[in-house]
Unconditional design. Structure first.
Length: 89
């Protein structure tokens, strides 16, 4: 992810990631937890739990990592988000 993004832009990206994951059938929740990388993916339930105290940039990185592992063919993705998903493939 590009460095030096404002908190406002990071929040926008996080929201875009959340909406895309919800369209793919995932539930994204924020709470307390001691997870590696500050988040946990429960595959059997398609639930993503993110520690609310994890820095915002790491939350976005985690969501992007999950999205990169999904089949996104046939799914509309905003161009700015698509650019981030295609980085480091």
């Amino acid at each position: 992810m590009p460095k030096k993004l404002s908190n406002k832009r990071l929040l926008e990206l996080r929201t875009e990631c959340e909406h895309l994951l919800e369209r793919l059938g995932y539930i994204v929740v924020y709470g307390l937890g001691n997870f590696k990388e500050g988040a946990c993916l429960v595959q059997s339930e398609k639930k993503i739990v993110i520690n609310q105290y994890t820095p915002l940039d790491l939350q976005v990185d985690f969501l992007l990592k999950i999205l990169k592992s999904q089949d996104l063919s046939g799914v509309f993705i905003l161009p700015a988000l698509r650019d981030l998903l295609e980085q480091d493939k």
